[in-house]
Each structure stands twice: as C-alpha cells, then as structure tokens.
Design a protein around this ligand. Sequence first.
Ligand SMILES: Cc1cc2nc3c(=O)[nH]c(=O)nc-3n(C[C@H](O)[C@H](O)[C@H](O)COP(=O)(O)O)c2cc1C
Length: 332
Amino acid sequence: MSASNGAPANIDLSVDIGGVTLTNPTIAASGCYNRGAEFGRVVDISAYGAITLKSVTREPRLGNAMPRIALTPAGMLNAIGLEGPGIDYFVAHEAPKLSSVPTVVIASAAGFTVGEFVDVASAIDGLPGVAAIELDVSCPNVDSEGECFAVDPRTTDAVVAAVKRRVKLPVIAKLTPNVADIRPIARAAEEAGADAISLVNSLRAMAIDVERARPTLANGTGGLTGPAIRPVAVYQVWESAQTVRIPIIGMGGIETGRDALELMMAGASAVAIGTANFRDPLVAAHVRDAIAEEARRRGFASVRALTGLANPGFAGKRWPADRRPQRLGVSR
Ligand SMILES: Cc1cc2nc3c(=O)[nH]c(=O)nc-3n(C[C@H](O)[C@H](O)[C@H](O)COP(=O)(O)O)c2cc1C
C-alpha cells in the first residue's frame, strides 16, 4: 500500500536533525540547488525533507575561471570557487523568497577566517524560513596557508564554538573527507556545540588534459563528487557514528535508495544528495520511497530504525551493552 506521496503507508518517515524535524530523511546537498527559491518552478523540491542552500560568503565572489567542471568515470570534478553575491545581497534579495520554499531550508555559511563565518552565520540567524545553519568548514583557512578548517580539530572547534556563541539556530558542521582520521574532527565539532555534523564534502582531486598537457580545470585541482566517493563517505560516516552522539547527515555519491541505505546503516540519520540531481531531478522521491520501503520490509515502524543498523559501535547505543564496538581490521 502506498501513501499519496509514493512512499509505503504507515511508515514514519520523519527524522530529527539537531532539533529540526524533517518530513523525510533526504536533503538536497549544498551547491546543487543554488540558493533555493527559483527551483520550485522546475522540480518538486517538497520531495526533499530539507534543502541546503549554496554556501554564502561575506564578500561577493566571482568564483574560479572556466573550465570549472569536468566529468570523471564515476562522478565529476568541480572547482566553482564559492561563487556568489555575498551575504548582504543574500539577506536583501534572496532570503525574502525562502519562506515560499516548500520544505525545510538549511542555509550554508562559508568563510576564510573565523570572523567571516561568524559574520555570515549571524546575518543568517533569524531570517524567516531558515531552520538551521550549515557551516562549510571544508573551506580554506587564510590564516593557515589555505589549509581547510576541518582538517584540524582546533580550527574546527574555533569556527563551530565562535558561531555557536552568536547564533540561536541549530548549527551543522560540514566536514571534509580530506583527512587521515575523521574521528577527532567529528569529536571536536560535537564538543564545540554542533547540533549535527554532515559529511562528506568533495574529495580533493584533479584531472590532466593530456592533449593540451595541462590540468583540465582552470583552477588546477577540484573536488571529486558522485559515486566514486561513496565508499569513502560510508567509511567516514561509520567512523563518525562510533564517535559522536549528535545526528549525522551522510552524503557522497548517493544515486539510489540502496546507496542511501548504506549511509544510514553506517550511522547517518539523514542523507544528502548532490551530484545525482544534475542527472535525475526526481532522485529525491526515488530515494525517499526506497528508504521507506526498506523500513517496511524489515518490519520497522520508522525509518529512524535504519540508522546505524549495520554499525555495532553506533554511538546512539541502541545495541545491547555486550556488543562491543567493532574496530575495523588492517586492510592491506
Ligand atoms: C557543483 C557543486 C557545488 C558544490 N558547492 C558546495 C557548497 O557551496 N558548499 C558545500 O558545503 N558543499 C558544496 N558541494 C558539495 C556537496 O554539497 C556534497 O557534499 C558533495 O557533492 C558530495 O555529495 P554528492 O556526491 O552527492 O554530490 C558542491 C558540490 C558540487 C558538485
């Protein structure tokens, strides 16, 4: 039996992310629906439990030179360079349209210093129609030779703690996969007061145009997204879920319900979809319905029961005390 939205009836699809209730666990990842309002005319955004807006910076930015997109065998490379009109324009011209977006809106703040994050997040805090703020701590830190904030627990802590002191909305820390060990970073975000973490952002990568003997992207390097990075995302969600108790939004290469279930069973409470939107505008509805169907098939009343199902060390501690966290063995 199906509910009117195509999902199986009698399954509770709702999830809680840091105090924000989503009607279903699918989220549009930042960067794939720009800043929101215009897309309602093209696709049914309400299929998503939430939409995350393209990250906003303090100053206007033109972004990187073209080409800044390249296809890869199992995904794509991008080096957009955080193009956008800046926070003042966003507040004056784009934010007023957000109340008409037919799902929960998560705004995204980016910055190149702790102060920029605080300024952008403070300006977003309290805007009508915005339910939470995601911090793109995967940005380069200009005070640290351009190293990402989220490669170091101390700089992750500095951004999240400073923003938490200034805003009332729930804060989600968006982590980078470009680290050897995600656990200290996830822990730092939680201890600094993040209400949730999301991972993964794009994986640093590049391609060479062999004909012209130079990098394919004008920027040289870019971020790899799409199915190629999904196993990295599954692993890092798994590790994070054994480390923190705050909800995790898992993402990286989700194209189907099965892909989303991998991330949920590793420990994600919700899943975000980015690159797949460019190919399939209906991907959210398909993924949502497949998650609900899996819950039904297993006899669960709620999709929340799928979170951490494959992860005995899931810090949510739904597992019996005698089941010790399973450490992964050496794989070489
Ligand atoms: C074109 C493009 C632009 C993106 N812009 C942002 C951004 O502004 N802020 C951010 O936090 N993540 C950004 N991302 C990363 C995605 O939100 C997501 O973390 C990543 O693409 C992995 O998910 P996917 O494999 O489903 O695309 C962008 C991704 C793409 C492909």
